[in-house]
Design a protein around this ligand. Structure first.
Ligand code: COA
Length: 355
């Protein structure tokens, strides 16, 4: 049976380091508050006119392609996961194709909208295409340029201090080696709490979901303001165009769903927690990762975290962390690697990979 293996991996983060102290210049916050609640010390922000979500994804992809020992022309499918695309449409997959200089139009480019679990959703899709024999070199990218869409005011501080920019990429190839590759992926979703962590403007909802669900986003919208779709001056003038999050609600669900979905994958593969050599949790919050580590009774060298340096880079966080852990020799051939994510949607998922 064909399996998918990670044949090459790369990551890219912008040079521009933004510390917690830097953020105190534009909002009421402190290094102490941010580190205590999230573990984050600094994050990277891309530079306008130089970096975008798709260019950072391209930089990571070039490294992954080189390490896979293939040429860009060998890529037969692109999957791009992001919540901060360069354009509302078209998606970032085609922009990455253009940036990479891939002129072959025989290939497809798919964009994924699954926020923090985007990379795991993408991995699961790639895995199915490889297993059926449809594609042989799938480029899977997770990238975010959050800094262009955050609210740099005290009102937006609970969200803004968490997020950072960056990108990670892998090339997936088929293997017949039974002791290598993706063993299983698990995907979940629950739309009940869609607005608990969301960016709702620009959008075409026209107030529908708020009316139906009785949601008060505290925006004080009138019917007239709902009437204009996507985005209007009222929304911009009142800072309604930024992500919103009920942090504690997200936290409570995340610490429950991470262990659940990891155990589910292990059960399917007939493995146990003790078999995990490296857990790469989505870097949402160091406190969440530590909670999961304690729940599963994993040792420090069984978990890799780098949120301290990069913040939460959403779809990019798992491939960046995976790449760093591999570069540092913390993941070796034959190791059992577990990926797990939870985020907006809510969507969550896990993957087990024999490296
Ligand atoms: N700096 C200083 N104070 C801040 C702040 C900031 N950056 N952000 C919020 N606060 C304040 C709040 O205004 C509130 O003040 P009040 O008590 O005067 O009203 C107080 O801190 C507590 O806010 P709360 O939201 O309850 O804090 P918290 O302990 O839940 O921590 C998060 C906030 C966001 C760090 C935490 O809830 C979290 O990490 N949640 C999960 C988020 C996540 O993982 N999101 C990504 C999912 S993929």
């Amino acid at each position: 049976m064909l399996r998918s293996k990670i044949a090459g991996i790369g990551h890219y983060v912008p040079e521009n380091v933004v510390t917690n102290d830097d953020l105190t210049k534009v909002m009421e916050t402190s290094d102490e508050w941010i580190q205590e609640r999230t573990g984050i010390q600094e994050r990277r922000y891309g530079t306008k006119h130089k970096e975008t979500t798709s260019t950072m994804g391209t930089a990571a992809a070039k490294i992954a392609i080189e390490r896979a020992g293939i040429q860009k022309e060998d890529i037969d499918f692109i999957i791009f996961a992001t919540l901060s695309p360069d354009y509302y449409f078209p998606g970032s997959g085609v922009l990455l194709q253009r940036e990479l200089g891939i002129t072959n139009t025989e290939i497809g480019a798919l964009d994924i909208r699954n926020q923090c679990s985007g990379f795991i959703y993408g991995l699961s899709i790639a895995d199915q295409f490889i297993k059926t024999g449809m594609y042989k070199n799938i480029l899977l990218v997770g990238a975010e340029m959050h800094s262009m869409g955050l609210e740099f005011t005290t009102k937006g501080r609970n969200v803004t201090v968490i997020f950072g920019d960056g990108a990670g990429a892998v090339v997936l190839q088929p293997t017949e080696n039974e002791n290598q590759g993706v063993l299983t992926t698990k995907l979940h979703s629950d739309g009940t709490y869609a607005e608990k962590l969301a960016m709702i403007t620009p959008g075409s909802h026209g107030g529908y979901h708020f009316d139906k669900m009785g949601i008060d986003m505290d925006f004080g919208w009138t019917d007239e303001q709902y009437g204009e779709i996507f985005m209007n001056h009222h929304q911009i003038d009142n800072n309604m165009i930024y992500p919103v999050m009920e942090g504690q609600f997200v936290f409570k669900l995340a610490v429950k769903k991470f262990p659940e979905v990891i155990m589910e994958a292990l059960q399917t593969a007939g493995l146990e927690v003790g078999d995990i050599d490296m857990l790469i949790p989505h870097q949402a919050n160091l406190r969440i990762a530590q909670f999961v580590q304690r729940t599963l009774k994993l040792s420090d060298d069984q978990v890799y975290n780098n949120i301290q340096k990069y913040g939460n880079t959403t779809a990019a966080s798992i491939p960046i962390a995976l790449c760093e852990a591999w570069e540092q020799g913390k993941i070796k051939e034959g190791d059992l690697v577990c990926l797990a994510a939870f985020g907006s949607g809510f969507t969550w998922g896990s993957a087990l990979i024999r490296w």
